[in-house]
Structures are given as structure tokens and as C-alpha cells.
Write a protein that binds this ligand. Structure first.
Ligand code: BT5
Length: 267
């Protein structure tokens, strides 16, 4: 029995019915430190691509740059997928971004919301963080971990600018159908991808709400860069144009948007 009626457990049998390729299996774990660590360990042991591991409770969830991903049991979706994309190593970083673009589209349709991407890997609604993606690779495997807040209440979220599907829609949202919608969007996006960075970049730009905004980007070393985010190039870097007209392509960092609305999101 579970006590919170808004948070029913996932049903592996339903989740494993009619999964599109490349997904082979959705494995539901009751509790694990990090689904990314679990899947990466399996990848190193030779696990084939197409495994999806979901945790009902993840107690050591990781974000980028040693940050944490926190979510109460069964409040959100915390899962990782294993892929072995037949593309050169330099192209692999596009795989999680391609999946994130498909995820944003699926969440938008499913919940009737405008879910966009904040560069590089946030799923957001109106500037509020709904989810995030942590991509890691081991050998030729890509492990893409997704955290999505589903029934999470305001007092359970770690930041004021975080949100959940329930908070945005005002409805009770069941995680099972949301996970299926995500996998059904991400599977075909992956299998139909040409492997060309430019094709993944086009899909990513269509969903990226950072482009066209005035931003401050904090770089991993602590420095920051200010200017207009004018695009995301074909290697996934955010291109910033400073007030003096110089442009810089940034490969990692955190974006704080200061103002501006994208004039044409696909540009
Ligand atoms: C991310 O990192 O947004 C990537 C999160 C990926 C989590 C998934 S869950 C399944 C898989 N297994 C893992 O161990 N991880 C992946 P980043 O951009 O670094 O954002 C982390 C920051 O987001 C934290 O420092 C908090 O400020 C904030 N944060 C933590 N939990 C959050 C939540 N539930 N909702 C919104 N923001 C959150």
C-alpha cells in the first residue's frame, strides 16, 4: 500500500507494453542512489542499448558540476536511458540534447504547456525549472538521466524558480503516462536521427528559449560573460554577443537571463 493517493507507484507491466525502438526494457527500482550511476555501471559491463531505469526514489541524485537533484519518493520521474549511438565521439553530446528536445515537445503536448529548453539542459516552463538532463558517457555508451518534477509541491522544491507539472497545470498528474509519452517521443527522435549534428541542432534550436535573450553566463571557472545569446552552434555551444560586438562560443556554464524575448525561437 502507498499512503499518498496523488503518488501511485509506477507499474512496470504497463510501462513495458508497446515500447518503440530503441527501448527494450523499462526497469523500475524502488530506491537507488543515482540511476545514472546504476546505468553507467551496467554500460561498462556491456549492457546493450535501449535499457531505461526509473527510480521510485533516488536519494543521491546528481546534477551537473557536482550539484544535486532532489525529489521526494514518487513525486517526479527520475530515470536514465542507455544508448550506444553509432556516431563519432564528437557527435555524442548531441544525443542527450536531441532527447531533451523530444522530451520538451512531449511534455508540452501531454500537459498542454509550453515546455522549452534553457541552454544547455534544463526543461522549463515560463522560466521555471521543471526538469533537467544529466548526460554522461562511458566508452561508446551515452547515459542520459532525466529528472522531471511531476506532483512535487512548492514546499518540496529546492528553489523558488522550480516548478512541477502539477503546479503548472493545477491537476493531479500520473507519472506512468508521462514516462510513456517521453519514451514514445524520444525513441523515434533517436532512431530517425541522421547522425548529423546540424539536424540535431535544428531540433534543439526550435525548443531553446535562451536564444535571443540578454543573458549572463557563469562559466565553470567562476568567470561570467554578459551579452545577447545569439545562437547555439553545431557543436552545441551557446554563442554570446557582447555589447562591443565580439562573439564567444561557450561550451559549458549556467545561464541567468536578464531580459529579452526571443524574436524567432528557431533562428
Ligand atoms: C540538472 O543539473 O538539472 C540535471 C538533473 C538530472 C537529474 C537526473 S534524475 C535521473 C538521473 N540520475 C541522476 O543522478 N541524475 C539524473 P543542473 O543543471 O546542475 O541543476 C541542478 C540544480 O537544480 C541544483 O543545484 C538545484 O539548484 C536545482 N534542483 C535540484 N533538484 C531540483 C528539482 N527537483 N527541481 C528543480 N530544480 C532542482
Amino acid at each position: 500500500m502507498y499512503e499518498d493517493l496523488d503518488r501511485p507507484p509506477l507499474q512496470p507491466r504497463l510501462l513495458n507494453r508497446s515500447l518503440p525502438p530503441p527501448w527494450r526494457e523499462v526497469r523500475v527500482l524502488e530506491e537507488i542512489g543515482s540511476t545514472n550511476d546504476y546505468v553507467a555501471a551496467l554500460a561498462r559491463q556491456g549492457e546493450r542499448e535501449g535499457l531505461v531505469v526509473v527510480a521510485e526514489h533516488q536519494f543521491l541524485g546528481r546534477g551537473r558540476l557536482d550539484r544535486q537533484w532532489v525529489s521526494p519518493p514518487r513525486a517526479g520521474l527520475t530515470f536514465s536511458v542507455l544508448l550506444r549511438p553509432p556516431v563519432p565521439p564528437a557527435t555524442r553530446p548531441w544525443v542527450p540534447l536531441l532527447l531533451a528536445s523530444a522530451a520538451a515537445r512531449a511534455l508540452s503536448q501531454r500537459a498542454d504547456l509550453d515546455v522549452t529548453l534553457k541552454w544547455p539542459n534544463d526543461l522549463q516552463v515560463g522560466g521555471r525549472k521543471l526538469g533537467g538532463v544529466l548526460a554522461e558517457s562511458t566508452g561508446d555508451a551515452v547515459v542520459a538521466g532525466f529528472g522531471v518534477n511531476v506532483s512535487t509541491r512548492r514546499d518540496e522544491l529546492p528553489r523558488d524558480d522550480a516548478t512541477s507539472l502539477a503546479l503548472e497545470t493545477g491537476d493531479v498528474v500520473d507519472r506512468g503516462p508521462v514516462l510513456l509519452a517521453l519514451l514514445r517521443a524520444m525513441g523515434p527522435a533517436y532512431t530517425s536521427w541522421s547522425g548529423e549534428p546540424a539536424d540535431a541542432a535544428r531540433l534543439y534550436r526550435e525548443r531553446c528559449d535562451t536564444i535571443g535573450r540578454e543573458v549572463v553566463v557563469t562559466l565553470p571557472g567562476g568567470e561570467s560573460l554578459e551579452g545577447e545569446a545569439v545562437g547555439v552552434d553545431d557543436s552545441g555551444c551557446l554563442v554570446i554577443r557582447a555589447a562591443d560586438g565580439t562573439t564567444t562560443a561557450v561550451s559549458a556554464g549556467d545561464v541567468v537571463r536578464t531580459r529579452g524575448r526571443p524574436s524567432s525561437p528557431g533562428a
